[in-house]
Each structure stands twice: as structure tokens, then as C-alpha cells.
Design a protein. Structure first.
Length: 516
């Protein structure tokens, strides 16, 4: 069930302590990224030199040229040389670097194989800060802080996604804390890279997808998912695999509540919005270069044919991909900051992590407390032969007639004497009074029906069409009426007050009362 605000009806609201914990984790994660941004030397993060150079190209007004045609600026290489040879107090500002080392070098900057979106944002930040008057390391730090600000919200998005999916505050908080256990994440997120905004919008896409799959079928959520997906694929080709994922989510979300035609319409709208925002770049690549993602190193390293008798194989691809992903996940933060702990140990750690994640994802969920005393009725839609009425409502509702419910496959029946003998035999109760003076009897047993179960009974009655409802009084004595204790004892034995509680000779309950 979904509320008007898009929150699941069975979703427990976040307590004040939980909100404070999530805020603390998010702020701590941002400070953690800030420490990485300050500690890791400039130009030492993966491909940071190329990312900085592409941003400076746009900041000084250079066009975004074809892949392989952009070269690293001499000013950027001069800054890298100063870092290695001069003390920090003698480093130059960008105006001095551009004036003292004009033009481009022979080193290819392959970043024009990507959309210019992330680099345009960095160029706007540099021009807003008048980067020409800043020392070059301060300008680079400003670009790093932009990426840190983008990724800082990742713990909040992770918590919101896990919280809605599992309805577990503990699992959601652990999911947010798990970001600290990803070594490569902090290195990439705190450096100048186009991967930082990819992380942000990928987190938004996952969060909105979870909301759709858990019942938030409002159009605003669907359109927002399309916008987030469009922004993701407009930044980098890494987001392209999210397109079929989002299409499948939009198609599956609402199954059983929405018709297939409406779900197809929602899928088309989601993918269409994403295409209007971010598909233009990839269509341009297909028309201009004949491929979705051109290679920025083509001019520097032309493609070569395989030797005779050799060809690409899936085994070789999986071997290289597994080794690269495992190595970079556990420690490959930069050019001169590589950490190698051995292929065997990285593979072992990766396998252990995957086993832990899969075991948590497919663990058997505990049975809800309000269903611990229920049982399913299998079979086709029918009324159970021994149950013709639903359990009685509490004492204050005993004046109302509670009609029966049509039992469908998978419906649950509460165990108890009100169910006409379905419950297993129970040990006889000792007579007397509870501590505090309350008597053991039908009133206490009827009050044991929780308020949530009473609401479920009302909702079940409303879900049955009026022409299929069968109105019958509940068998057994009403609490407080004459013969109530005798009627309850008869119900426990499987009989009724009509036959004196004897029931059938074989112990089964007698037939239902005849309708007049």
C-alpha cells in the first residue's frame, strides 16, 4: 500500500536517532573525502593530469575536438615539473604557466572521447574563481572540492535505497557505512575526474528505481528517473548500461496494479526523457565515427589485427576484467601511489566480499510477528469447508454483524477457536486469574487480536464485492452473554453450542449452521 506522499504504508518512519546517525555518517564521509583531496598529491590520482588538462582547455576557450586530436597543454606539464623540482612556495599561478609555456605538447589527451559535460562544469568553476590569478595547485584543489561535494551525498542515497528496500534501519545504516570499506571509491571521488558526477547520478537512479519497484508509481517519480538517467549518460559512457536497467524497472514497476499498456507508456516516457537529455552525444558518435564510444588513443596507438590463428575470446576478457577490477577495488589509488597486495589475496578478498553480499541479499527473512500465528489456505478460490466466518472483533464491536470473507489462494487464517477447529489442539488452560486480577477468558482472548489485525479484517471485507459477501453471524457465544463459557469450551473442542460441544464422533467439527 502507498500513501499520498509516496511512502510505503508498511515502511516504518525514521526515528530522530536514526536521522541523526545518517547525518553523522554523511558528514563524516564528506570529511573523509576532504582528507583524501588534501593528502593525495596533485597529478597522482588515476588520469588526473588528463582530466585537469581537458578542463583547462575549455576554461581558456578551446573547442572540444574529435577524439585523439586534443593534446596536453605545455602549461599543465610545466606545473607537473614544478611539483617535482620546486618547493611549494615557488609554484606559479596559471597566468604565469600559460604565458611561460604556451601551446600544446605531443602527448595525447584522450578525454575528448567522453561528453564534455563534466569538464564544462569544471571550466565554469575555474572561470568563476579567476583561476589565472590562483596558484595552480589551489585551482586544482577547487576542482577536487567540486567532486567531493558531488559524492558526499552518496551515503544518504545509499541509506534511503536500502531503507526502503529492506525496511530495516540497521541494514540501511550498514549500507551507508559500507562506502568507507571501498578503498578505490575515496581516491576517485576526491580527485579531478568525470567519475564523481557519475557516482552521484547513478546513486539517484538506483534510489528512484527502488522507489518505483516498491510502489511509488507517481508520475513525478517516473519523470525524475528519466531526468537522472539522462544526466548520467550525458556525463560518461559508463552510465549506458543503466538504460536497459531503468527500462526494465519502469516496465516491471506496478505489475498487478497497472495494466501492461500503462506500464509500457511509463517505460517509453522514462527512456524518452533520458534520450532527450543525454542521447544526442552518442547519436553524434554513431553518425560521425561509426561507433558509440570512439577510442581517444587511436592516433597514438592505432588498432592492430590479431596474429594468425588468434582471436578475442570470452575467457581472456573475463580474466583481464576480473584481475583489473579486483586490483583497482582493493588498492590502486594513483600513478605513484599503487598498492599491490598480490593477485591471490585480492582475488580471495573479492570472493569473500561477494559471498557476504549474496548471503545477505538472499537470506531468509524472519516471519513478521503479526503473522506468526497464521497459516495459508492453498488451492483455488473457495471458502474453506470448515470456516464460514471470520474471527470476531473485540468486545466493543460485538453488536455488529461481521460478514464472512471469500478466501483466495494464499490468504491467511488466524489460528484460534474462532476458526472452526483449524487450530491444533492446545493444552487446557488453568482456571484462575492473571496477575493483577484479570480473569482468563474470552474477553482477554478477543482483545489479543491486535489493532493491526482488526484493520486487516476491515480492509479484507472491503475488498470483496458486495454480491459475493455472505453475511452470517459468528458461531460461538458472545463474550458476556449467557452460556459464553460453555460456547467457548465447545468451540475449543471443535463443536458448537447447537450440538452441546460434542462435534462429530471422529473429533472433527460439525457442519455449519443451516441458513434460513
Amino acid at each position: 500500500m502507498l500513501t499520498t506522499t509516496g511512502r510505503r504504508a508498511d515502511h516504518p518512519p525514521a526515528t530522530r536517532a536514526e536521522r541523526i546517525a545518517v547525518a553523522v555518517v554523511t558528514v563524516t564521509f564528506g570529511l573523509w573525502l576532504l582528507v583524501w583531496a588534501l593528502v593525495v598529491p596533485v597529478f597522482q590520482a588515476p588520469d588526473e593530469t588528463a582530466h585537469i588538462d581537458a578542463t583547462v582547455h575549455l576554461a581558456i576557450g578551446d573547442p572540444w575536438v574529435a577524439p585523439g586530436e586534443m593534446h596536453v597543454l605545455n602549461a599543465v606539464q610545466a606545473a607537473a615539473a614544478q611539483q617535482a623540482t620546486l618547493p611549494k612556495s615557488e609554484w606559479s599561478d596559471f597566468a604565469e604557466l600559460l604565458g611561460g609555456a604556451p601551446g600544446e605538447s605531443s602527448t595525447v589527451d584522450q578525454m575528448t572521447q567522453h561528453p564534455p559535460t563534466a569538464y564544462l562544469v569544471g571550466a565554469v568553476v575555474l572561470k568563476a574563481l579567476h583561476f589565472a590569478d590562483l596558484r595552480w595547485d589551489h585551482a586544482v584543489l577547487a576542482l577536487r572540492l567540486v567532486d567531493v561535494a558531488a559524492v558526499t551525498l552518496l551515503p544518504l542515497l545509499t541509506w534511503a535505497s536500502v531503507r526502503r528496500l529492506t525496511r530495516s534501519p540497521r541494514a540501511a545504516l550498514i549500507g551507508a557505512l559500507a562506502l568507507f570499506a571501498t578503498p578505490q571509491l575515496a581516491s576517485i571521488a576526491s580527485s579531478v575526474s568525470n567519475d564523481a558526477p557519475v557516482m552521484l547520478f547513478a546513486g539517484v537512479v538506483v534510489w528512484l528505481s527502488v522507489r518505483l519497484l516498491t510502489g511509488d508509481l507517481r508520475w513525478r517519480t517516473t519523470v525524475a528517473l528519466g531526468v537522472a538517467l539522462g544526466a548520467l549518460i550525458w556525463i560518461k559512457g559508463t552510465g549506458l548500461p543503466a538504460v536497459p536497467f531503468v527500462a526494465l524497472v519502469a516496465l516491471v514497476a506496478g505489475a498487478g496494479a497497472l495494466t501492461l499498456r500503462r506500464r509500457l507508456l511509463r517505460t517509453v516516457v522514462t527512456v524518452g526523457v533520458a534520450g532527450l537529455i543525454g542521447a544526442w552525444w552518442w547519436l553524434h558518435n554513431i553518425v560521425t565515427y561509426g561507433r558509440v564510444q570512439p577510442n581517444g588513443y587511436t592516433a597514438m596507438r592505432p588498432p592492430k589485427d590479431f596474429p594468425p590463428g588468434e582471436h578475442p575470446t570470452l575467457a581472456h576478457f573475463l580474466d583481464v576484467s576480473w584481475g583489473t577490477l579486483a586490483r583497482t577495488f582493493w588498492g590502486s589509488p594513483g600513478i605513484k601511489a599503487q598498492v599491490s597486495i598480490g593477485d591471490l589475496l585480492t582475488s580471495l578478498l573479492t570472493l569473500v566480499a561477494l559471498v557476504v553480499v549474496l548471503a545477505f541479499a538472499f537470506r531468509r527473512a524472519p516471519r513478521p510477528a503479526h503473522r506468526a500465528g497464521t497459516r495459508r489456505v492453498p488451492g483455488a478460490p473457495h471458502r474453506h469447508p470448515d470456516v464460514h466466518e471470520r474471527p470476531r472483533l473485540p468486545d466493543h464491536d460485538r453488536g455488529r454483524r461481521d460478514p464472512g470473507t471469500l478466501l483466495l489462494p494464499g490468504d491467511r487464517l488466524p489460528r484460534g477457536p474462532q476458526c472452526g477447529g483449524l487450530a491444533p489442539p492446545r493444552a487446557p488452560r488453568s482456571r484462575g486469574r492473571r496477575p493483577g486480577g484479570r480473569a482468563r477468558g474470552g474477553a482477554a482472548r478477543h482483545r489479543a487480536l491486535r489493532p493491526r489485525r482488526r484493520r486487516e479484517l476491515v480492509l479484507e471485507r472491503r475488498s470483496v464485492p458486495p454480491d459475493r459477501r455472505r453475511r452470517r453471524p459468528v458461531r460461538g457465544a458472545r463474550p458476556g452473554a449467557t452460556g459464553a463459557r460453555r460456547g467457548r469450551a465447545a468451540a475449543r473442542r471443535g463443536g458448537s453450542r447447537r450440538d452441546g460441544g460434542r462435534g462429530r464422533p471422529d473429533g472433527r467439527p460439525g457442519p455449519p449452521p443451516r441458513r434460513h
